[in-house]
Every structure is written in structure tokens, then in C-alpha cells.
Design a protein around this ligand. Structure first.
Ligand code: MN
Length: 231
């Protein structure tokens, strides 16, 4: 092909236990999907699921056992961690029923929905899109994908993130307001899901700021851990 400039690299995530890579299509994110997090954001927790997106090249893929690095982003004084279960879609579709959702899941991973909270709050106040608060460069660090069959029962898994060795967020996946299957049902009613899509399923309570030099260590039972340093 005769391109006008060099095409960007394909974004791909390693798969645990194989040499295969999972090529990424889109990154969908669920907002306010744990009751206690919705409350700390000033909401009741009883509302239909809603979604936003991050560009695929916002991913920072961190191999198991190493510490990834992200830059402290521009224009913020309140840079927050949100530890999240990430669902990797292996088979696309539209209008997928929750009962069939598991057939569309390739695997799971641990991710961080990094957020410029001050910018997000300002956009909320003005009724403007969240992009500047959520969809900036390096806003989506994640670990490798564990295939569904090796992941164990995700519904009862624990999810946590520590900063500097201190607990910041700790909860269980069964506290999701909209389960993984229900999320896939709602999402696929609005967009046609494709193989390669990732879904950041929402964060539990305890979101807080990090600064240069901080190391975030997160994990989910059965999916390993994710270590990311803010440079
Ligand atoms: Mn989030």
C-alpha cells in the first residue's frame, strides 16, 4: 500500500500461557458500576449503565512481573487511579443476551482507568464530553489477558489496588451493579461488538490521586497483578 505516512502500530495485548497476542479494536468503559463508588461520586448507584470510550492507543501494556511506566499527564492536579476488571471480547455481535454473553468473552485482565478527575468534573459541570478527563494518552494501563477457561470464577474474585504498599481500593467483582454479562447485553444493544474489543467494567470505591514516583500495584484473584509507576 502507498500510505501518506507510516501507519500506526497495531495495539495488542499478550495472552497468559501462550505466545499469542490479542489485537485490540476498541476500548469501552462503564461509568459508576459499583454502588459505593457511585456514592463517593455523588450519585445513588441506581441508574442504567452508561459508557464512554478510550482510544486503543491509550493502552499501556504491562507484561506480568514487570512494572510499567506512565507519564504524569498534562493539565491536571488530580490524577486518579481506578482499578478495573477488563473483559476481552473474542467474538463480536449485536443484541447479545446476558445469558449468551460468556460465549463472546475471550478472557479477562486487570486494568487501570486513569482519570484526570479535575478535568472530568469540570466537563460534567458544563455538560460536556468526558474525553479530556478519560481518553488521554497512556490513560489505560493493563496487564496480560487470561483466557476464560484459566481465569477461574470471576464473579467471586477480589479486586484491589495499593499505592506505596497501602490499600487504596479493595472490593469484589460480585459488587458490580451491572454484571459482566449484563454489561455485554447493554453495550451490544448500542454498538456492534467486535473481536478485539476491551471493556473496562468500572471501579469500586476508594479512587484517589497519585503523583510522580508513586507505584500502583493492583490485582484480581485469578488474573495476576498489575504494577504501574507514575513517572
Ligand atoms: Mn472507570
Amino acid at each position: 500500500m502507498n500510505y501518506t505516512h507510516t501507519p500506526p502500530d497495531l495495539v495488542a495485548v499478550p495472552v497468559v500461557g501462550t505466545s499469542q497476542l490479542f489485537p485490540v479494536h476498541r476500548i469501552y468503559c462503564v461509568g459508576r458500576n459499583y454502588v459505593e463508588h457511585a456514592k463517593e461520586m455523588g450519585f445513588t448507584g441506581r441508574e442504567p449503565p452508561f459508557f464512554f470510550l478510550k482510544p486503543a492507543d491509550a493502552l499501556v501494556v504491562v507484561p506480568q512481573g514487570s512494572t510499567g511506566e506512565i507519564a504524569y499527564p498534562s493539565q491536571t492536579q488530580n490524577f486518579h487511579h481506578e482499578i478495573e476488571l477488563v473483559v476481552a471480547i473474542g467474538k463480536g455481535g449485536r443484541n447479545i443476551r446476558a445469558a449468551d454473553a460468556h460465549q463472546h468473552i475471550y478472557g479477562y485482565a486487570v486494568g487501570l482507568d486513569m482519570t484526570r478527575r479535575d478535568l472530568q468534573n469540570e466537563m460534567k459541570k458544563q455538560g460536556r464530553p468526558w474525553c479530556i478527563g478519560k481518553a488521554f494518552d497512556q490513560s489505560a494501563p493493563m496487564g496480560p489477558i487470561t483466557p476464560l477457561a484459566q481465569a477461574g470464577p470471576i464473579e467471586t474474585a477480589e479486586i484491589y489496588v495499593k499505592v506505596g504498599g497501602q490499600d487504596r481500593q479493595r472490593s469484589t467483582i460480585d459488587k458490580l451493579i451491572w454484571s459482566v454479562a449484563e454489561t455485554i447485553e447493554h453495550l451490544s444493544a448500542a454498538w456492534e461488538l467486535q473481536a478485539g474489543d476491551l471493556i473496562f467494567t468500572g471501579t469500586p470505591e476508594g479512587v484517589a490521586a497519585v503523583g510522580p514516583g508513586d507505584v500502583m500495584e493492583g490485582g484480581i484473584t485469578g488474573l495476576g497483578s498489575l504494577s504501574v509507576k507514575v513517572a
